[in-house]
Every structure is written in C-alpha cells, then in structure tokens.
Design a protein around this ligand. Structure first.
Ligand code: CP3
Length: 345
C-alpha cells in the first residue's frame, strides 16, 4: 500500500471518505487490561514514557486489538518541561506535578536539549513505525506552548489557569519569550519524531478554552504558527493536526491563521456551524463525547450516526472530542467500530 493510500492520510489531503478512518485519543490507556499489565512494570510514569520497550508495546496494543487507522506515539505532553530543565512527576490519582515556574525567569530554561533528553521517544517512534500494518498511520505529537506553560506555571493541573493568564497580561514580553522557548524545544522534538518515521504530527492545546481574542492570538495562534513555520523551514512536510480544545468561535480563526493541515474538534462544537465557517474541504477530526462512549447503547448509536451524517461529504477522521476514560468497557469501543465500519449512516 502506498503512503497516500492510507485512509487517515487521504482525509488529511482533503478527501472525504464514505467510511471515515478512526482512532481514539488516549487509545493506549487504562481501559485496556494489557495496558495496565505493562504499566505495572514501570517504575514511574516518566520512566514508562522514556522506555522504548514499554512505550512501543503499549502504542501497538490498541492497533492489535482494534485495528485503528492511526497509531499515536505513547508519551506525554509534559516531557518537554523536563528537556527545559524542570522537574515533572505524576502522583497516582492526582495527575502531573511540577515545581511552579515564574515566566519572568524564562532565561533559566535550558535550550537545545530536547532531542538528547527525549531521544528515547525517537527510538519508540522508529520501532512503532517499523511494526505497523500497512494501512495504519503513525502520529507523533507534542503539547502546544500555552497548554505546556499552564502546567509549568501552576505546578500541575488547575481549575482556570488563572496564574498563567495573569502572568501573560502582566509581563507580555517575558511571557512571549517564555512561549518561544517552549515552541523552539518543541520544533526540535517534533522534527526528531518526523525523522524517526512519524507521518503526521499533532499539537495538543487542551487549555485553549476561555481566552479573550487578544490573548488567544498571542498565546495560541502565534506560538502554533511558529512551530508549523519552524517545521516547514526544516523540510518537515507531513500533515499537522491542531487541537485547540475549547476554542469555540475562535476555531475558524485558528484554522486560517496557524498553517495547520487539519483540526481536531471538541465535543462542544456544533458541526453545522463549523462546516459553514471553515474553508471548503478543510480536514477535521473528532468529536464524539467520551461520556457517550462510556454510556454505550442507543446513546452511542445515535451520537455516532449524528456525527457521521453531519460530516458526510467532508474530509473527516472519526475520533473522540477528548481522551477515552479508564472506565470504558472494551465492548463499547467494539460497538463504535462496528457502527463506523459496518453500519448505515
Ligand atoms: O493518546 C494516546 O494514547 C497517547 C498518549 C498520551 C498520553 N498523554 C498518555 C497518558 C497523550 C497524547 C497525552 C497528552 C496529554 N497529557 C495531554 C493533552 C491531551 C488531553 O488529555 O487534554 C495532557 C493535558 C497531558 C497531561 C497529563 N498526563 C495529565 C493531565 C495526566 C493525568 C490524567 C489521568 O488520566 O490520570 C497525564 C497522565 C497520562 N498520560 C496517562 C496516559 C495514558 C494516564 C497515566 C497512567 O496510565 O498512569
């Protein structure tokens, strides 16, 4: 099978397919017993991400079990702060923890280390790419600078990223320089993944929500464009998917202003409105509610039908609007795949 015959890449080149390609965010995860088994072998979550043996195995597990159309590298968006010289650890049940960082100190962040510190991630991409079935596309990824910055400044997850937003308003020059440091480390990291065999790159901006337009322009649009332009300048010519989760009415601005190839949509997006706003044939991915997948039954049936009908005739990759939750029964994923691959629209 040639590269362009992969359904996932066909959609990103602008083709609408009758049966959309499908994969799920966090498809390697705790809802799979085989994942939990491997996870138990790792010393901690960061070591898990940086072990080519373990990370390759869990990346391939959902492909073996479900035959998804795309495989996403198993890693985490919070590896970049480690390359920048910050400490990151994960507390079970609480999520990621970091030492809170003041953007005024941006000059203390270490530069030019991501391919060295995160070189094992490149090795994982190389191994996964070499073992994927022909129809499956290999996706590499990173967090977008704003989302990574929120974890660095707040010291972990937070309700409304308030400290980070205050800092962005209060010290615009230092804050923008801080974002550039994260963006530049990310360009090196993504270029490494591309060289190792990634055929598509995805930028996760999970906390793009609730930003006024001037801030959205500074912290979402500008750094995303910097990454896309930086990758293109280095000859990285694969599609790039952007996921500005919660961008709401600013999604079309993101599609038009960043240079990305396709856009991942969240659960709150109304497909009819989005279709009317996007450039003709602009590829989209998404955006089933993870709670409908958890619920299963007729709710899942009707949501899958609604989304397929809404995006029919448009280049669309089927996915969730956010990551799969650990409590999803495997049978619900099978039901979803059956509805997409064998069901009527
Ligand atoms: O999608 C995939 O299967 C690829 C792997 C992947 C992980 N994290 C593995 C992971 C990807 C693409 C991510 C991205 C990520 N990480 C994001 C952006 C996407 C999103 O969900 O909004 C964010 C914000 C993070 C930061 C992060 N990592 C958090 C908040 C947590 C804790 C949440 C939780 O579910 O516990 C993590 C840990 C994490 N990253 C897990 C996995 C499978 C769960 C940890 C475990 O298995 O012990």
């Amino acid at each position: 099978m040639t590269e362009t015959a992969k359904p996932f890449l066909q959609v990103l080149s602008g083709q609408a397919l009758d049966t959309p390609p499908v994969w799920l965010m966090r498809q390697a995860g705790r809802y799979l017993s085989e994942y939990r088994e491997v996870r138990a072998k790792a010393e901690n979550f960061v070591q898990f991400c940086l072990s080519p043996d373990l990370a390759t195995e869990v990346t391939l597990q959902p492909i073996r079990r479900f035959g998804f159309d795309a495989s996403i590298l198993f890693a985490d968006i919070l590896l970049i702060p480690i390359a920048l010289g910050r400490k990151v650890w994960f507390v079970t049940g609480e999520g990621p923890k970091l030492e809170p960082f003041d953007p005024l100190n941006f000059e203390s962040l270490l530069e030019g280390r991501s391919t060295e510190v995160l070189g094992n991630v490149g090795e994982t991409v190389r191994r996964v790419s070499a073992s994927l079935p022909d129809h499956v596309t290999m996706i590499g990824f990173a967090g977008s600078p704003w989302t990574v910055a929120t974890y660095m400044v707040e010291g972990g997850g937070s309700k409304d990223r308030f400290k980070t937003r205050v800092s962005a308003w209060e010290h615009p020059e230092a804050f923008d320089a801080f974002m550039d440091r994260i963006a530049d480390a990310t360009i090196d990291y993504l270029e490494m993944q591309y060289q190792a065999g990634a055929e598509c790159l995805k930028l996760f901006d999970s906390w793009a929500e609730g930003l006024p337009r001037p801030l959205f322009e500074r912290v979402i649009i500008r750094p995303t464009k910097r990454i896309v332009d930086g990758l293109r300048a280095r000859g990285v010519d694969c599609p790039v998917i952007g996921f500005p989760r919660g961008a709401s009415t600013l999604y079309p601005f993101y599609a038009e202003a960043t240079g990305i190839t396709g856009m991942a949509l969240d659960t709150g997006v109304d497909p009819a409105w989005m279709r009317s706003q996007l450039p003709e044939g602009f590829p989209v991915q998404g955006h089933l509610d993870p709670s409908a997948l958890r619920a299963g039954g007729t709710a899942l049936d009707s949501e899958v039908r609604r989304l397929r009908a809404a995006w029919s005739g448009h280049p669309h990759i089927f996915n969730l609007g956010h990551g799969i939750t650990p409590d999803v029964p495997v049978s619900h994923v099978e039901q979803l795949l059956h509805l997409i691959r064998d069901g009527d629209v």
